[in-house]
Design a protein around this ligand. Structure first.
Ligand SMILES: [Zn+2]
Ligand SMILES: [Zn+2]
Length: 149
């Protein structure tokens, strides 16, 4: 795997669930929504999104939790690692968004925006100049670039 190759691999902490992706992420973004924060336990989630047809899994099957109508979040049933957001989004059809640190080489997947900025925890921020959206990035209102000064 190298930068721009369009091939990515990763998995959970214990290695029971492994995934392989052949494709280009349509998005790499921070998500500040409460559901993502609950799912990861962290102050922000960072996700790389792919079309379902570009993704394959090996090893044990991932476990799915229905977090809202039409949306599932996957995790490893053995070690509990948070893996994905899965659902349908607008023009993209069925997608899977992978939590960035489940990739073997997250360095090559660089975030380009923030989603659900209004749900950001007040004491947490990232010193960047990326666009920040009210809801889904690129689909909802662009609020501002970078942290509020
Ligand atoms: Zn595991
Ligand atoms: Zn989210």
């Amino acid at each position: 795997m190298s930068k721009g190759s369009g091939e990515f691999s990763g998995g959970c902490m214990c290695g029971a669930v492994r995934f392989h992706i052949r494709g280009t992420p349509f998005d790499v973004a921070y998500c500040h929504c409460q559901s993502c924060r609950k799912h990861t336990g962290g102050p922000v989630a960072t996700l790389a999104g792919f079309k379902v047809g570009e993704v394959s899994f090996t090893g044990a099957g991932r476990k799915l939790y229905g977090s809202s109508p039409g949306v599932h979040r996957a995790f490893c049933g053995d070690c509990g690692t948070s893996l994905t957001w899965e659902g349908e989004v607008h023009d993209k059809g069925p997608i899977m968004e992978f939590h960035i640190s489940t990739f073997d080489d997250p360095e090559v997947l660089v975030p380009t925006s923030h989603a659900n900025e209004p749900e950001r925890i007040g004491w947490f921020d990232v010193a960047d100049e990326l666009p920040r959206y009210e809801g889904l990035n690129g689909v909802t209102t662009l609020l501002h670039h970078g942290p509020l000064k």
